[in-house]
Design a protein around this ligand. Structure first.
Ligand SMILES: [Zn+2]
Length: 310
């Protein structure tokens, strides 16, 4: 058995401890602060997975990472089986961003995974990649039809765009912070975000204090990179206020696609298009969210044509 050393933490061990810490499992923590709610997510692993799975450039990683983290934060206000979809549509070179979250499970993709722009003020230029356009949020609520609201983009950096959406479309005063730190090689160093939601009748005093705290809080990605847990970030955002931590849950990348679902979509195609597919030896469908590939033989497509006839 190895000897266990104590009180001998040197620089290298410190570094290793930090690396281990920042690669810790992704979580989202919920809390109440006065008459407001605070949600903080650490999504480093999830965003790294998205980046690798879609072979994303640095810039595309930041754009998708922020959007998916935003979706997880909005989903945190809902029940487990309910979900949120965010669609960012702009005239910039990333060609749109789609993020989805249900409980702690999220997925997403961008139109152009290779997007590159020079850094702006030392930061990845997500706003430039997005361009001008709109942000749409769809809420999938249990027992109700999905609701979609849309707002004009503020700057395409996602966080302020979501804040405006929540205010104009859902009448919720809020503050959103999102960040993804990508190193030179393109590896995700840290990712996460916060979402402060004022409850109805939230006092001016609470809003002012929160506003002050937000302005005094460093970038969320820097905090996560330094090893700050979501709970500690909540304490910073709720400084000089009564903070009550409610709960935490794990966050994961996940896709709901399946062969049956893809078949279902194929069946909704016009008969003419299905017949065209049946001319090919095989048809390959790729899920945009996870890149899973589904192959259908000519025979299988023909069977779908038959089923569609019925
Ligand atoms: Zn999929």
């Amino acid at each position: 058995m190895e000897e266990i050393k104590t009180n001998t933490v040197d620089k290298t061990e410190d570094k290793a401890a930090k690396a281990k810490f920042t690669s810790e499992a992704d979580i989202l923590t919920r809390a109440t602060v006065g008459d407001a709610r605070i949600y903080v997510a650490r999504t480093t692993r999830l965003v790294r997975k998205l980046s690798l799975r879609h072979n994303l450039s640095h810039l595309a990683t930041a754009a998708l990472g922020r959007t998916v983290t935003g979706a997880l934060l909005l989903a945190a206000t809902m029940k487990n089986e309910e979900g949120v979809g965010i669609k960012v549509t702009g005239d910039g070179p990333v060609q749109g961003i789609t993020g989805e979250a249900q409980g702690g499970i999220a997925r997403g993709y961008v139109g152009n995974p290779d997007v590159y722009l020079p850094p702006k003020n030392g930061h990845l230029d997500v706003g430039g990649a997005v361009g001008s356009g709109t942000i749409s949020v769809t809420r999938y609520t249990a027992g109700a039809k999905p609701f979609t609201g849309t707002a004009e983009l503020v700057d395409g950096e996602i966080a302020d765009d979501l804040t405006r959406y929540l205010y104009t479309s859902e009448q919720t005063p809020s503050s959103v912070g999102l960040g993804v730190l990508v190193d030179e090689k393109g590896d995700v160093q840290a990712a996460g975000g916060w979402f402060i939601q004022a409850l109805p009748n939230c006092s001016e005093e609470t809003l002012e204090q929160l506003d002050k705290n937000v302005r005094n809080t460093p970038y969320v990605s820097s905090l996560i990179d330094m090893g700050f847990t979501p709970e500690r970030i909540i304490q910073m955002l709720g400084k000089d206020m009564k903070v009550e931590i409610l709960d935490s849950y794990p966050l994961h990348f996940g896709c709901r696609c399946s062969r049956e679902r893809v078949e279902g979509v194929l069946q909704t195609l016009p008969k003419k298009e299905l017949n065209q597919l049946a001319e090919d030896e095989k048809t390959e469908i790729t899920c945009p969210y996870c890149n899973a590939r589904y192959e259908f033989s000519r025979e299988e497509i023909k069977q779908l044509v038959q089923k569609a006839k019925k």
